[in-house]
Design a protein around this ligand. Sequence first.
Ligand code: SF4
Length: 400
Amino acid sequence: MDARITVDLNLPEDRASPRPRRKSKRVWVGGTAIGDGAPVAVQSMCTTLTHDVDATIRQIEQLQEGGCEIARVAVPDKRAGEALKEVVRRSILPVVADIHFDYKLALMALDAKVHKLRLNPGNIHNKDGVREVVRRAKDQGTPIRIGVNHGSIGDRQPGDVRDEAQRMVDLALSEIKILEDLDFDDIVVSVKAFEVPVMIAAYRRLAKAVPYPLHLGVTEAGTALSGSIRSAAGMSVLLYEGIGDTIRVSLSEDPVVEVKAAFDLLKSLGLRDQGLTLVACPSCGRADIDLIPLAKVAEERLRALPTPMKVAVMGCEVNGPGEAKDADVGIAGGVGKGAIFRKGKIVGTYPEDKLMDALLAEIDKILIENGKEPYSQKAPKLSHAGQLTPGRSVPAGQRT
Ligand code: SF4
């Protein structure tokens, strides 16, 4: 008897990589391209008071060091608007001015030559003001992002049978129409929601309805761990389908963490390749070194790696090098010592307390072999040294 299951799961064509990117117009935010096959751009938003120019510039520099490609700043009032010229002049990244309701603030941002505006023309009641902003943005080549959030679509009217995703899409389309009627098409669009299924449905429908690049996000996603997971749950579905041209992971955290989460998401899908990709085993009773703190030390010390590199930290020599044979370089634990391996082949053995330095030295060798600058001298210092793997009471090298 044929026992095969023949249920039609209605799955998309099986493939080992994301679908090709959805075709869209290309928009330039300063020197960063969005859409039309450009790499998915990573952006974040400053948490500083924009009028505190020194603090804002410092944070933009930290974001840039983390790999961020576009920085958004809030422009809630005239003081922030007046600071924009200085922010734009000193910023190492393209600057997006986030504006609500007040067209005069948008004009100030255009005077400051910001690289993109984020505003919804339907929220600005002065229609002559909207026309002036759009005319100036067009003259200066400044794109506009229309950002519809689920929280901003208002209460459902009696008799409205549309679902939440459709209400967001329809609002976005009406905002887009205002710009198109003014002969403006340098547009990016977002339809963010906290509820992941709503957000996915809204972006899918919008992707079919407009030719513009899409800015993906899950709003108010939460703190670092839960917010990163929620953001990844929504955005990875869309990105895998080829939808999404720039992303922001919104976290109640230092925005540098948002950038790290964004890159980890894009790297997981094979959409970007940047710096460290850490392969680390979860540890188990077989581990011969204190794996968890060692993995954290490695992540911290290697986070500024300038070139893409896959680095493994594995708890035992039995499974470590084999399981992580795709890694460029790695550590596999032995009792009180550990092996350094490259592409699964052991190249040296060191005492546990020298392993991290040995790993850095091996990474320097790889960089030099590839004509790059060594890294170890620039590596950030560590803060997890001396900790034990949770549940262990003695260092792994002293176990009996
Ligand atoms: S690599 Fe070794 S220590 Fe790590 S989870 Fe696998 S068996 Fe356990």
